[in-house]
Write a protein of this length. Structure first.
Length: 128
């Protein structure tokens, strides 16, 4: 029986960034869903798409990353949220935002660093 793969939702309005990250994570054996914005991410949740962790860009039109993280925490408390942005967010700011995020990864980042972060933060039972 194959071991389960970590299921990741990438939410980013920058198409090239989202697609490149999706390709990289798939090559690292993650199962990947993509959403172009917060509204599309909510639609995925409501359609029954299953994921363990959401990588959410802070700066998006419509539902921004903080609002999306709050909505995910309400709708899917089992999903871990990782916020990302070119703008820096300290651990203290992350705590004050009270969105339930497990961390912040500043852009630009290296794929291997993000993969290591995800594997460290997502339960072993969900990792490939």
């Amino acid at each position: 029986m194959a071991s389960p793969r970590t299921r990741v939702l990438i939410v980013d309005d920058e198409d090239n960034h989202r697609r490149t990250l999706a390709i990289g994570l798939r090559l690292e054996s993650f199962e990947v869903h993509e959403a172009r914005d917060g509204e599309a991410a909510i639609e995925l949740c409501e359609s029954g798409a299953d994921f363990d962790v959401a990588i959410v860009d802070l700066m998006m039109p419509g539902i921004n990353g903080l609002d999306l993280a709050r909505r995910l925490r309400t709708r899917r408390p089992d999903v871990r949220v990782v916020l990302t942005s070119a703008y820096h967010l300290s651990e203290r700011q992350l705590e004050r935002a009270d969105v339930g995020a497990i961390g912040f990864v500043p852009k630009p980042y290296h794929l291997d660093e993000l993969v290591a972060f995800l594997r460290a933060k997502v339960p072993v039972s969900a990792c490939a």
